[in-house]
Design a protein around this ligand. Structure first.
Ligand code: URA
Length: 416
């Protein structure tokens, strides 16, 4: 077998055979196929697609590149959630302890942010002392004793995906449904969860800009999970405007803690509860009451134990950026649009995200929203507050924002 013949098959719109897929994924992981050859193949897949049989085989080959975890020894059913990523999407933070408080075990292997979307690990690392890197034994221990763990995936979990995702990121080949579906599902199936809820985002701040693409991605992932014995369901949710009122690491932790305390922005609370119900249902815990667990403090108790078990101090003050800049409403009326992508880019440029995967992030950087679409605003009132430790970043961040919002005259009908 050789890489050139595999690339030619897909370049010429052919179907890759199981042998071709197994060979190229394995050879690439071992370093026998060069990055430039794999990026040519990834581009051919992006342009010409893969059918469901090819995607299933590709996913299986990525799983086979590493180890499979098992939670068979746990007394509780396991259930997990994956979001395809967005702006202000801090839902994992309140969700994992909430679902654990309702009786399930939540092994949440999460990632870091890249580009305009934030990463769960970057957010949690703004809590003083908190550690994302755990050994398998430590991970199982936190899961067993607290009911939830949020940590980085180990190097041995689908290593083929780790290498391929980094390559796709720098070769313009991220936005391919077969590659996204196999990337996400190889990690989730290898992780060994019994049930999985997928939050597939659509809109300007998501990878999938249209509802049709989001639906195709969701049904591809549900089929991969179901065929592997994981009870898998998907919700399609909106990412045309940021979730909640914050985008940025410590800012989002603060908002998540508000939700765990029974408050927080309505959209964050509602989505947290909707996903919790699906996760509990998929885990067979149909009688659990997540709303009660949020309001009676039991989800907060699990959060505190989970953060402490990973070295964090749940009572420590969160970092605050040294500098702020306020953007005001240009007119009085109704805010009819606040664009998730533009706000995400501004937060990223302020230092909340990274341009290359080895870059550091600023814990306090980000964007705070003072109004959401549908709200009435008055000319000159604060609309957004930008936070950063490095004020020279304001100018570049502000360049992302002129087209980010629309204010229509008062009385203009608003449909979300
Ligand atoms: N998240 C992943 O894990 N993989 C992708 O390909 C896209 C988003």
């Amino acid at each position: 077998m050789d890489a050139i013949s595999v690339i030619r098959t897909k370049r010429d719109r052919g179907e890759l055979s199981p042998e071709q897929i197994d060979w190229i994924v394995d050879a690439y992981t071992r370093g026998e196929v060069a990055d430039e050859q794999m990026s040519a193949l990834a581009m051919a897949i992006l342009l010409n697609g893969m059918n469901r049989t090819e995607i299933a085989r590709w996913t299986a080959a990525m799983i086979a590149s590493g180890e499979r975890m098992s939670f068979d020894g746990l007394s509780r059913p396991t259930t997990d959630k994956h979001s395809t990523g967005g702006v202000g999407d801090k839902i994992t933070l309140p969700l994992a302890p909430l679902v654990a408080a309702c009786g399930a075990a939540v092994p949440q292997l999460s990632g870091r942010g890249l580009g305009h979307t934030g990463g769960t690990l970057d957010k949690l690392e703004s809590i003083p002392g908190w550690r994302a890197l755990l050994s398998n034994a430590e991970m199982l221990d936190v899961l067993d004793t607290t009911g939830a763990v949020i940590c980085a995936a180990g190097d041995q979990l689908a290593p083929a995906d780790k290498k391929l995702y980094a390559l796709r990121d720098v070769t313009g080949t991220v936005e391919a449904i077969p590659l996204i579906a196999s990337s996400i599902m190889s990690k989730k199936i290898a992780e060994g969860t019994g049930a999985l809820v997928l939050d597939v985002k659509t809109g300007s701040g998501a990878f999938m800009k249209t509802i049709e693409d989001a639906r195709e991605l969701a049904s591809t992932m549900v089929a991969l999970g179901t065929d592997s014995g994981v009870r898998t369901v998907a919700l399609l949710t909106d990412m045309s405007t940021p979730l909640g009122l914050t985008a940025g690491n410590a800012l989002e932790v603060r908002e998540s803690v508000e939700v765990l305390a029974g408050g927080g922005p309505r959209d964050v609370r509602d989505l947290t509860l909707a996903l919790a119900r699906e996760m509990l249902d998929a885990a067979g815990l149909k009688d659990a009451d997540p709303e009660k667990a949020l309001d009676d403090g039991s989800a907060m108790d699990v959060w505190r134990r989970m953060i402490s078990a990973q070295g964090g101090d749940p009572d420590a003050a969160l970092p605050v950026a040294r500098e702020q800049h306020v953007v005001t409403a240009p007119a009085s009326g109704v805010l009819t649009r606040l664009d998730a992508y533009d706000v995400g880019v501004a937060a990223w440029r302020l230092g909340a995200g990274r341009a290359r995967k080895e870059d550091p992030v600023q814990a306090g950087a980000g964007v705070e929203l003072h109004a959401k679409p549908g709200d009435t605003v008055t000319e000159g009132q604060p609309l957004l507050t930008l936070h950063t430790d490095t004020p020279e970043k304001f100018e570049y961040a502000l360049k992302a924002l002129p087209g980010a919002y629309d204010v229509a005259p008062a009385g203009t009908p608003f449909t979300p």
